[in-house]
Design a protein around this ligand. Sequence first.
Ligand SMILES: [Zn+2]
Length: 205
Amino acid sequence: MSGKTHLAVGIATTYAIIKPKNILDFAVGFGICALGSLLPDIDSGTSKSHRSANKITGVFLILIALMWYLEFRFQVQIENYLLSNEVIMMKSVGILLFVGLCAYGRDLPHRTFTHSFMGVFLFSGVLALIVPIKYLPYFVIGYLTHILLDVTNTRKINLFFPWNKGGVCLGWFQSNGLMNGVMFICACGLGGIEVYRMIEKILVK
Ligand SMILES: [Zn+2]
């Protein structure tokens, strides 16, 4: 399926299940759900997420280089600061691991690690170090809808990576065929109504 279909179905499904109580939770949840819905396709060279992953990796490497330079030039002892602040330390480790997982998944064949239960488990576990735990379900639901949608396609996905290399698929639809457009329109319609009602409810309170 295309990125916009994954995003629309991920958002519609997430907000059918989770009802945030305030606008902040809604907005943060939206962003995290979008991340979960799109992230698995970083392993597809043509996807936008793949290009974003390249940019994020690039920015990250520049930041590391900058840290080393600052350390060397001014001896600011960044690691002492990090080690003295547990929360910042934990989040930094989480971000490092998250970028590492992205780099690992990005270079593997399409529909393997990032489209597997192992991928869901590892990305979710690492994200739990970075964001408050209450936002994790947004990511997991977005991610799982991506995998479920891809399973309906004609191209196999390696759900049980690194085992069972054969992969599975139901073979119902082409990933860029008619059903891709139908699902996108349905998800936009249903998701749009759901989101509108939810925002209305939050604002009326
Ligand atoms: Zn995919």
